[in-house]
Design a protein around this ligand. Sequence first.
Ligand code: MN3
Length: 207
Amino acid sequence: MGKYELPPLPYSYDALEPYIDETTMIIHHTKHHQAYTDGLNETLIRINALSHKSYITGILSDLSLVPESARDSINFFGGGYENHRAFWESMKQNGGGMPGGRLADEIDVYFGSFEDFKKKFTEGTISIQGSGWGWLAYNQSFARLEFLTTDNQTSPWTKRRIPLLGLDVWEHAYYLKYQNRRADYVNSWWNVVNWSVVEERFLRVAP
Ligand code: MN3
């Protein structure tokens, strides 16, 4: 694939105000995401795999193929690179509301209702111990939607799940504005979710 580069944000750093503040977005994108990107490139160089034919999601899907000495680094930096890339894309200014179409129907089937889904996602993500992510994901083996959490930067791809919508609850994602109030951050975040992107992701993978 060649060297990975920090993907530009699809909006300005202040676009998600007041829910996610500009300073947090600048640091999160230019420092944290940049560090995952650099760490991924350094790890690939170390194992002579910068020209690996698969995009990072393919590598994360089967870490057993990665040399053992680099597996944790690929999991961490590769997951961090990809999780953040997808995270930025799944938010927008004036987001929020509800999904429509087939995704809305499937959420009703597997979670009961959109409100039930939101509750499960919110509570499950708030209660992650330490750093991690909450996810709405697609389980291709069982052709169904699922909620899951992952620790640190582990990607849903590594758990054989296709990420549709993820929420970063590392303290770096909210501490400047919300301090220790993770619940306030998670509840606010629903106002910036870009449901049309999540619907597109779902329609690409669900037959
Ligand atoms: Mn982060």
